[in-house]
Design a protein. Structure first.
Length: 502
């Protein structure tokens, strides 16, 4: 008996020593990695991804350049150069010791798994809730970057990257208007009657060059599109509200950039010009929602950030145009955060958060078990203890609504990076709520007729249920050239999913 106790005690001491050593290693890694983003666990990616892609890329940001790569070769030329140099994205000298860098590399390569286990997505049936309606309107190649069903008119607005145009189509999908605005219209809002503000990326491809802008599209077709905010770094979203209570509408702009960028609000002056007020400097600002987050009567800004330091952050309005930053939640940098919305999904009177993780363009693409849709349920105090996770490879957007009119909230979701080995590839999935957040999955027969990147919901046929519009962008798929060729040939820029509930 004593021998067994001694052996057990020795084993316990050994495990404790291992745990202690692991804890010390984790703290050492966190002291470096945690200064820029959430510290990633080694098991988030497979060993090969860490060794061949992530660590060499991280090394360059710390001033350690792979053999055959110079600092200068990584810095974008032209107008982006000064931004990258000013932010010291690629340091001239290492920012940590060579010993610490080797330790970090060894830690991740030694502890990462050879393969990352995957969640199984729900196998979809053919939907009986929606019917696909293909428009006669075509664009070749399809390169949709924005789509919207107008709540009042049921017109469909479409932004196209290649033509640099915003198209307006009738509820019968007939072209009514085309406005030339520049490359990649990413977001459009109506302001003051029927005039519109449009965020123009300036480049769909990753860049830090300040070629993006916000423009005003007049309601009068004889008037020209006017630029109101120039020189933006790949902006992808905006929101409009009077943030400083001066009676004028200000604009919050998300500059995704590449390695630089930022979130800013632009104060409208008496002469109609805008002054930039920086909220956060850095890349990855993806989407902004304006609402009174802390219920103090002032409009706050809730924003989603991707590109490394992935988070949802509130900027609380303290009055007089000042804001205080408060992080709501932070995600590992490998998640590939792609979308969020603030909505009361459980009908309990407070707002919840819908979040999608699915961006898979950085390397691979590598299928990841944490890609999918998360519903973060509010406790009533803006904390989110309960999470509902719906796996979906490459999830890019999700709209919660009672699509089948049975009294509970369903999810309509798109994926820009589905698993193309699955048949059909889950480019669109309707997750029908069967009660208590248990879902069945379905899709439509023509789901592979496009690569769906944007989505909106609205009652296009005025029959009392929510229809969907999916926008397609013919982006390359490794090993699937035939599929890409068909997208280009068929030239389908969007498709309407007509809701059959009514």
């Amino acid at each position: 008996m004593k021998l067994i106790v001694i052996i057990a005690l020795c084993a316990t001491i050994q495990i404790s020593a291992q745990d202690s050593r692991l804890s010390r290693d984790q703290k050492r890694v966190a002291s470096v990695c945690g200064t820029c983003h959430a510290v990633p666990a080694p098991d988030l990616l497979d060993k090969a991804s860490w060794k061949n892609v992530v660590l060499p890329r991280m090394g360059a940001f710390l001033g350690f350049y792979p053999k055959g790569t110079t600092r200068g070769s990584l810095i974008e030329n032209g107008a982006a150069y000064e931004y990258i140099v000013a932010h010291n994205i690629y340091p001239e000298r290492p920012t940590i010791s060579k010993k610490d860098w080797k330790f970090i590399q060894d830690y991740y390569i030694a502890t990462a798994p050879k393969h990352v286990p995957l969640n199984k997505s729900l196998p979809p049936s053919l939907t009986r809730t929606f019917k696909a309606v293909r428009p006669a309107f075509t664009l070749r190649p399809p390169s949709t970057t924005f789509i919207e069903i107008d709540d009042s008119s049921s017109n469909v607005a479409l932004g196209d990257a290649m033509s640099g145009s915003v198209y307006s189509l009738s509820p019968k999908l007939e072209l009514r208007r085309q406005d030339s605005v520049g490359e990649s219209p990413a977001w459009i809002t109506k302001q003051g009657g029927s005039s519109q503000y449009a965020t123009i990326m300036g480049s769909f491809s990753p860049t830090d060059a300040p070629t993006g802008r916000v423009v005003r599209i007049p309601s009068d077709t004889s008037s020209e599109v006017t630029e109101i905010i120039p020189g933006l770094q790949r902006p992808v979203h905006h929101a409009v509200a009077d943030l400083d209570a001066d009676g004028d509408e200000d604009i919050v702009v998300c500059e995704f950039g590449k390695w630089t960028g930022g979130l800013s609000w632009w104060r409208r002056g008496m002469t109609g010009t805008y002054e930039r007020m920086v909220l956060r400097d850095g890349p990855g600002a993806t989407r902004a929602v304006i609402r009174d987050w802390n219920m103090d009567g002032l409009p706050d800004i809730v924003a989603l950030f991707a590109q490394g330091n992935e988070s949802i952050t509130a900027f609380l309005n303290t009055g007089n145009g000042s804001f205080e930053e408060q992080q709501i939640m932070q995600f590992p940098p490998s998640w590939g955060t792609s979308y969020f919305s603030v909505v009361d999904v459980d009908a309990d009177g407070d707002v919840d958060i819908v979040h999608c993780a699915g961006d898979n363009a950085d390397f691979g693409p590598v299928l990841r078990p944490y890609h999918g849709i998360r519903l973060f349920l509010n406790s009533g105090k803006n904390t989110f203890p309960d999470t509902i996770f719906v796996p979906l490879h490459g999830a890019y957007s999700a709209i919660p609504a009672d699509f089948d009119l049975d009294g509970d909230v369903d999810l309509a979701a798109i994926s820009f990076f589905p698993d193309y080995s699955e048949s059909p590839a889950r480019g669109f999935v309707f997750f029908e709520n069967q009660g208590d957040w248990k879902f069945t999955a379905s899709t439509f027969p023509e789901v592979e007729s496009g690569r769906w990147i944007v989505m909106d919901a609205g009652d296009i046929d005025h029959d009392g249920d929510q229809d969907l519009a999916l926008g397609s962008l013919a982006f390359e798929v490794p090993g699937k050239n035939q599929l890409v060729d068909s997208w280009v040939k068929n030239a389908i820029p969007f498709i309407i999913l007509e809701n059959l509930a009514r």
